[in-house]
Write a protein that binds this ligand. Structure first.
Ligand code: NAD
Ligand code: USQ
Length: 398
């Protein structure tokens, strides 16, 4: 039997690269489509991965040399509809995994331009993927990366995508209310609506993976050669909280807790990200089905995470100091938070809990690459509510 062909959009990124290698190793015939926009955004903002990452060509050659397996690469932007359709038609995928979006909340809040770029990139890209599926691969299973942040922090338990509501004596199962916390998170809400509509209307099959915050970097495959290394972001735009805290601890920089740190979020190890994607692929949605899996394994407040990292850092002879900064974001710092995550568990996910060994490993990794850390990139600079009035747009001012 031919191996299942799979198209991975955004396969050069943090989650996408680790997943591409895992699926290739598992026997899937992998094609990566990526615009390499993320590398460009890094250059534009003076950022760089803590761990050096090889070019896409070098990555793929190294994988082929080590395993004898081929991964094809298409340097295409999902917003370029003709080329996206060409790749989908040529690949004839059994499934498409869509990671390929601008994924930083702070990036989307820098100014109107960044909010707009995020919306065009993510929303047009997602619409294009749906139309390309409809017209060129209608049987393919779409596995789309959403985010737990779509739900916000409601004062009730967060269900997996849908909630049964009783109203005026009638009852219905309806999409769970969404209260996203940034223009980036808003794009994911729009994507979810688009997916649900496309499944209802055209009979597409889709799994929306509402993923929590990913931490870590190593999976067996990316750890097998420096040329296969995964990116690891620590800066104030793309770095996520736990990864950032570990780099800060290694540097002797106080851990940057925003506000009181009672903000609670969902988390998972990148090793579980790749397992979850594989589980979703092995158990595809039915024709016309739109389903949502909450993809996380544990919930922590930011203050709890800072405490965990601080304790491990001190055990390694580091300061592990914790600082409470004025919160640059508009978000609740104390709130109820309890999210359901039974769908992936019931399909066989065995969670990897956050361990002190994992935290220590990340601190050591950061120490190893200490000379690459730019301490100026740590303090948050993007304000959700800027204090200063902005200048008029240029066309008006001149
Ligand atoms: P990343 O920035 O490391 O990777 C995204 C990749 O997509 C990059 O290689 C980029 O070049 C590519 N890309 C972006 N726009 C594209 C376009 N229009 N066409 C083609 N390629 C494009 O991000 P990541 O951390 O790997 O996140 C992957 C997905 O998972 C995103 O959709 C993100 O919203 C979601 N997610 C990430 C996290 C996390 O903690 N990293 C948590 C929840 C959800
Ligand atoms: N935070 C700090 N200190 C820091 C960085 C962050 O206190 O130095 C706080 C933030 O205020 C926020 C929480 O930590 O309350 C999480 O922030 P984050 O930057 O780690 O995560 P977020 O902006 O939510 O975005 C990340 C990914 C995004 C993904 C999302 C999953 O960048 O792609 O969608 O996590 S979720 O949060 O479930 O929506």
């Amino acid at each position: 039997m031919q191996p299942e062909r799979i198209l991975i959009i955004g396969g050069d990124g943090y989650c996408g690269w680790a997943t591409s290698l895992r699926l290739s190793r598992a026997g899937y015939d992998v094609t990566i489509l990526d615009s390499l926009a993320r590398r460009e955004w890094d250059r534009e903002h003076g950022l760089d991965s803590l761990v050096p990452i090889a070019s896409m060509r070098r990555r793929i050659d190294e994988w082929s040399r080590l395993t004898g397996r081929t991964i094809r690469f298409e340097h295409v932007d999902a917003t370029d509809y003709p080329n996206l359709c060409r790749v989908v038609a040529e690949t004839e995928p059994g499934a498409i995994v869509h990671f390929g979006q601008q994924r930083s909340a702070p990036f989307s809040m820098i100014d109107r331009d960044h909010a707009l770029r995020t919306h065009v990139n993510n929303t047009v890209g997602n619409l294009n993927v749906l139309w390309a599926l409809r017209d060129h691969a209608p049987q393919a299973h779409l596995v789309k990366l959403g985010t737990m942040g779509e739900y916000g922090t409601p004062n009730i338990d967060v269900e997996e995508g849908f909630i049964t509501i009783e109203h005026n004596g009638r009852s219905d199962r309806l999409p769970f209310p969404k209260q996203p916390g940034s223009f980036y998170h808003l794009t994911k809400v729009s994507d979810s609506d688009q997916l649900y509509f496309a499944c209802r209307t055209w009979g597409l099959r889709a799994t929306d993976l509402n993923q929590g915050i990913v931490y870590g970097t190593h999976t067996d495959e990316v750890a097998s050669s420096p040329a296969l290394a995964n990116r690891f972001d620590y800066d104030h735009i793309f770095g996520t909280v736990l990864n950032r805290f570990c780099v800060q601890a290694a540097l002797g920089h106080p851990l940057t807790v925003y506000g009181r740190g009672g903000q609670t979020r969902s988390f998972l190890d990148i090793r579980d990200t790749v397992r979850c994607i594989q589980i979703a692929l092995e158990n595809p949605a039915a024709e016309g089905e739109y389903r949502v899996f909450n993809q996380f394994t544990e919930m922590f407040s930011v203050a709890e995470l800072a405490g965990r990292v601080s304790a491990v850092a001190q055990g390694l002879g580091l300061d592990g100091e914790i600082a409470h900064l004025d919160n640059p974001r508009t978000e609740r710092e104390e709130h109820y938070y309890n999210c359901v995550n039974t769908n992936l568990r019931s399909l066989g996910l065995e969670p990897t809990p956050l361990s002190d060994e994992t935290i220590a490993g990340l601190i050591r990794l950061a120490a190893e690459h200490r000379e690459r850390i730019d301490a100026r990139l740590i303090a948050p600079r993007v304000e959700w509510r800027p204090q200063q009035p902005r200048a008029l747009p240029r066309q008006v001012a001149s």
